[in-house]
Write a protein that binds this ligand. Sequence first.
Ligand SMILES: *[C@@H]1O[C@H](CO)[C@@H](O)[C@H](O)[C@H]1NC(C)=O
Ligand SMILES: *[C@@H]1O[C@H](CO)[C@@H](O)[C@H](O)[C@H]1NC(C)=O
Ligand SMILES: *[C@@H]1O[C@H](CO)[C@@H](O)[C@H](O)[C@H]1NC(C)=O
Ligand SMILES: *[C@@H]1O[C@H](CO)[C@@H](O)[C@H](O)[C@H]1NC(C)=O
Ligand SMILES: *[C@@H]1O[C@H](CO)[C@@H](O)[C@H](O)[C@H]1NC(C)=O
Ligand SMILES: *[C@@H]1O[C@H](CO)[C@@H](O)[C@H](O)[C@H]1NC(C)=O
Ligand SMILES: [Cu+2]
Length: 680
Amino acid sequence: MAPTLKKLLAFFLFSIFSFSPISSHRHRHHHYHPLDPLTPSELNIIQSIILRSYAGSNHNLTFHYVGLDEPDKPDILSWLSNHNSTSKPLPRRAFVITRLNKQTHEIILDLSTKSIISDQVYCGHGYPVLTLEEQTAANELPLTHPPFMESIKVRGLNISEVVCSSYTVGWFGERNSSRVLKIQCYYTDGTVNLYVRPLEGITVVVDLDKMKIKEYYDNLKVPVPKAEDTEYRLSAQKPPFGPHLNGATIMQPDGPGFVIEGHSIRWANWAFHLGFDVRAGPIISLASIYDLEKHKFRRVLYRAYISELFVPYMDPTEDWYFKTFIDAGEFGFGQSAVSLKPMEDCPAHAVFMDGYYAGQDGKPVKISNVFCIFEQHAGNVLWRHTETGIPGEVITEVRGEVSLMVRSVSTVGNYDYMLNWEFKPSGSIKVGVGLTGVLDVKGVSYTHTEQIKEDVHGTLVAENTIGIYHDHFVTYHLDLDVDGVANSFVKTSLETRRVTDNVSPRRSYWTATSETAKTESEARLRLGLKPADLLVSNQNKKTKLGNPIGYRLIPGSIASPLLSDDDFPQVRAAFTKYNVWVTPYNKSEKWAGGLYTDQGRGDDTLAMWSLRNREIENKDIVLWYTMGFHHVPYQEDFPIMPTLTGGFELRPANFFERNPVLKTKSPQYVQNWPNCTTKS
Ligand SMILES: *[C@@H]1O[C@H](CO)[C@@H](O)[C@H](O)[C@H]1NC(C)=O
Ligand SMILES: *[C@@H]1O[C@H](CO)[C@@H](O)[C@H](O)[C@H]1NC(C)=O
Ligand SMILES: *[C@@H]1O[C@H](CO)[C@@H](O)[C@H](O)[C@H]1NC(C)=O
Ligand SMILES: *[C@@H]1O[C@H](CO)[C@@H](O)[C@H](O)[C@H]1NC(C)=O
Ligand SMILES: *[C@@H]1O[C@H](CO)[C@@H](O)[C@H](O)[C@H]1NC(C)=O
Ligand SMILES: *[C@@H]1O[C@H](CO)[C@@H](O)[C@H](O)[C@H]1NC(C)=O
Ligand SMILES: [Cu+2]
């Protein structure tokens, strides 16, 4: 089914970089790293220890989160600086959340002694991440529910072509709430693009603890949008195809320029650890960059990952108001990760890694090819200059850029999020998110915009189909450790100054003034209002010229919530109110929307922690950055949406003494390699 490659453009990469710090680290033994995600055998051990501790009780125990309880940060840092082939590994612990008898248990477990350290019942608001198994079970309930079967019959539809999908219900001020899901259903007949054929008006409420239908609504009779022109599978398309895209490949006769040992990755001047968590998805840890002048690796990031997402839909009506998803905490962004498709999600020379998580029964589930790692030759230029100012000569110096990409995709129901972590030899880390997949649409009677006289909360993207307005907020936990743990957050504001003393023909200019945030409240920022550079700086270390060492956050895709502060979804997602927050490092403050996000009440969010207004100057600090998209759908987003990208960059700012890639050679390419033949 792949498009024919008319021409195979081949070019060879001979060498990556003349300097390679890789060899200096060869002595590191095994592949053990204290931040490695739990292995399948560890997941099995955890399952059996927990089941054994509840032996005799005949209850249905379900596993909702099983993840590494990583050693404390000081222990990791001292392990890194001291460990050798004879040192003992750090204690290996797991943090587990289970449900048993309608109660949520938090269990900490030691893997070396194979024992439970603590097991506590959680009594606060909210519920843990949903399992895939319980969602599947809930989705099947309507299909044998007589009132639902009747609704299908009344609509003249075939129940064998109905599939259902689960939606978290949020929280809207209810005093007490059982653990429920709302189920809405779709019609496939003639298409696999189920999300664009909603059975609008039917909502089924399922009690998850009883796994029974609790409430049933059939409010509305509108046509099911038609199946024609909704397919995205190539096999279902009719000619003409196009536009034609030419093929290309990168050959690496010496293999990739990176080394992966376990979960540790080294490439060019970078070294970092790549972990997988069932809730967060990819976790980048201990990213350090080699300084050619100082002859050592210098730390940039301790740990970075997507802490939470918030996707509220803007239709306040009965069947839609609750759609205010907080994806990582409700559905698990790692649990939602999918296997990448070689040659399409990632280029031919990519290397893949698998991920494992515990299923509802606690047994390991494998997601093969959950990450791909590849050198990206995007045709970009690292730096260049053409000098024509010297009489008689033209000097042109160009350095082609290669970067290292770590990619994964999480598909939460209808939406696909492509996550990119790109490491550049210049010291930048570019973080990107690509939104694609299928819009969540509402079935309506309208077939033309002229018929619409009310606020339909979206765009008519096809006949009988409204793409509902919504947002995507993606909140990153960025624990930068810029050349050490003690860092400060500095805002450099650019401000207009008037010339007042008549010494200059100019009337104005701008200048930069820096302020160091002393407490959390001084670091909460809404971006895009006033120009400012944002830095995490190590004020204890200076360049030879005296500038404090730092890294800049270059924001992109800035959006702030438009919901009112007192609206329930916004209370739960108060962590999106500012684009930037800074908190002192606290191992238990990981999830910006709270540990128990499903039906949570916003009492454990980043916004609440930050109210303590702790001191953050010259401390181990965490930067939280929220990128956002207000999504007004357009017809091109139908039947499947071309990728919309956004991102941000972390870039050295007086971290190096000078351009760190001054002495980097361009990658070498050879055209017309004699062994390569043209395919058609
Ligand atoms: C356990 O789950 C099964 C299937 O859902 C159910 O039939 C059984 O009643 C449950 N047992 C308990 C003790 O809840
Ligand atoms: C290895 O490290 C331990 C401390 O972790 C130290 O006591 C020991 O001497 C070291 N061994 C070697 C061979 O360096
Ligand atoms: C209903 O759909 C199923 C599955 O596609 C099909 O086998 C069956 O023939 C359909 N029934 C009717 C009455 O169309
Ligand atoms: C609250 O929960 C209790 C016990 O589950 C139930 O009896 C009561 O009706 C609930 N109250 C409301 C307002 O739903
Ligand atoms: C860490 O954060 C948690 C949750 O906000 C809080 O309960 C705890 O007191 C904090 N610990 C410290 C040392 O501040
Ligand atoms: C490719 O061509 C080169 C140069 O002609 C030759 O040395 C080499 O053996 C060839 N490699 C293969 C795999 O055919
Ligand atoms: Cu969207």
